[in-house]
Design a binder for this molecule. Sequence first.
Ligand SMILES: [Zn+2]
Length: 169
Amino acid sequence: MKCPCCGKDVGLYEMDLAFALPDAIHALPEAQRAARATIHSDLCSLDDRRFFIRGVVYAPVQQLGTLFGWGVWAEVSREVFLRYQAIYDQDASGEPPAAGVLANCPPGYERIVQPLEIAFGPADQRPTFRLAPTDSDFYREHVGGMPAQKWHSIIERHLGSTDGDTKPS
Ligand SMILES: [Zn+2]
């Protein structure tokens, strides 16, 4: 397919980029990670004291009109973590939203404290993260859209390292 910013053939549109781990766990040397972290595809904990769940932050791509999904982690309270664990295999669309804080810094964005609201969904979908208003490009693009040119540079840099936004079975 043709890129809307430059007309270049970019193959199938890549519409998501995922982080395998929260930054705090990714930053650990491997031996420490093994000793201190409990890692699952959608739930992680560190020292049984910090808790993370994986979800998706959507940002519309300008000109393309479709949503780009950032597969990121949110740090949550132990209560939210245990609740998500309990409803993980169920349709959780009726669950009240929970609070969290963004636990990854997407490439090309400044590292900030980004609070968010977690909307749980059907069993086969990761929760959706809705960002609280902050003075950051990541928030602005979540609400107002990402320039097509930025999307193009992201997929060009990271193509091949992407993962869908459905849970592994
Ligand atoms: Zn382009």
